[in-house]
Write a protein that binds this ligand. Sequence first.
Ligand code: MN
Ligand code: MN
Length: 460
Amino acid sequence: MDELRSKLFYEQKNGYDLIDTEERLKVEDYCKGYMDYLNRSRMEREAVANAIEQAEDLGFVEYVPGMALKAGDKIYKNNRGKALILAVIGKKPLSEGAVIAGAHVDSPRIDLKQVTLYEQDEMAYFKTHYYGGIKKYQWVTIPLELHGAVALKSGEVVNVVIGREKDEPKFVITDLLPHLAADQMKKTMAEGFTGEGLNILLGSTPYADEGKDRVKLAVMSILNDMYGITEEDFLSAELAAVPAFDVCEIGLDRSLIGGYGHDDRVCAYAELRALFDVQDPERTCVCILADKEETGSDGVTGMQSACFDVFMKDLCESQGVALRRCYEKSFCLSADVSNAFDPLYPEVSEKRSDSKVNYGMAICKFTGARGKGGTSDASAEVVAYLRRLFERENVVWQMAELGKVDQGGGGTIAKYMANRNIDTIDAGVPVLSMHAPFEVVAKFDCYMTYKGVLAAYADK
Ligand code: MN
Ligand code: MN
């Protein structure tokens, strides 16, 4: 019976039972690189700049339309500093399709409003408008740092980072003391904090002079000293407060990584490293670091933007290939995180189908909500291809679904790729506390996601 059971039943194993010491060392080595990248990439602009820096070190050059390209050439297209497409040209023509991996580098955060700075009762604050799906209560009373860019009237762009370095000041959104919170505590978690209530504390010292708004004046003059900006310059700024926690190992066994923005830089980094490591690929390999996924992939730097099509069309035209012919033969891993089953909250999950920590790269055949609404739903044939590929390349992977049926749901960039007539499937790293200021992933799953993307890139 045991023999029959093992022949007929599908059984998953903990990933650590499937790798040897040598591979465990590779997991550690890979994750060191990831932790460093994540620590330095706290906004999409930084994730893109850091990716370009690494790519250029490895011989990638900025793509110029009309450029003559041959197999092995490494190029990138910087989309307005906020999204990035990189490619390694394959030996086969693009009429055979490309192998695409697409992740996003934006993460939930607290954006500053355009008219943001104000003084109230001799304290200075930033007004904010949160970005992406957050549970607001998680973002108060934690240290925040400020990141982003200010575009000046002159056309010059000033990059801002305050709070990343140990000795730099941080920021915070305050909360009520429990002693006076009787009314607040009666509210639901959704009502406890309002969007307009997420105001960031900036300072408390008045400018040494007479007149109104002296604390605001003092704060603005510090910013003017640091960056040469005035209050009006906030009108054309993209500034955000993000958690000021360093990326670190979690657990006595150091098997997990805690940090802000795993969703989805953990997959972005996996793609990048896979693209850097693929040797003489047969098909052209394309790596996308998209922006705006957390707000629906709209906009010029989101995955619905024509920027990707323009780039691919340029490559196709250089080989005399029609874009539509390339797309219909292409394959895309929509590399995005999944929810890891959390033993503390089993009630929202259906244990058999949720992805588990340390069980490897999580493949979602479909996403969506309320009867798979809004999913692109990869075909059975595409899943079968991955089964074949991952078995051959020893990639530990698991099938995943986002919680119980009708519990909730979500989407990724997958449908925007599939709508282009590209076979697409979601695949990525399971995350605990997804969208919280401090998310947790397992080192094993990070490494296996890299290995999975590399297997796809390197496939004949
Ligand atoms: Mn995501
Ligand atoms: Mn997300």
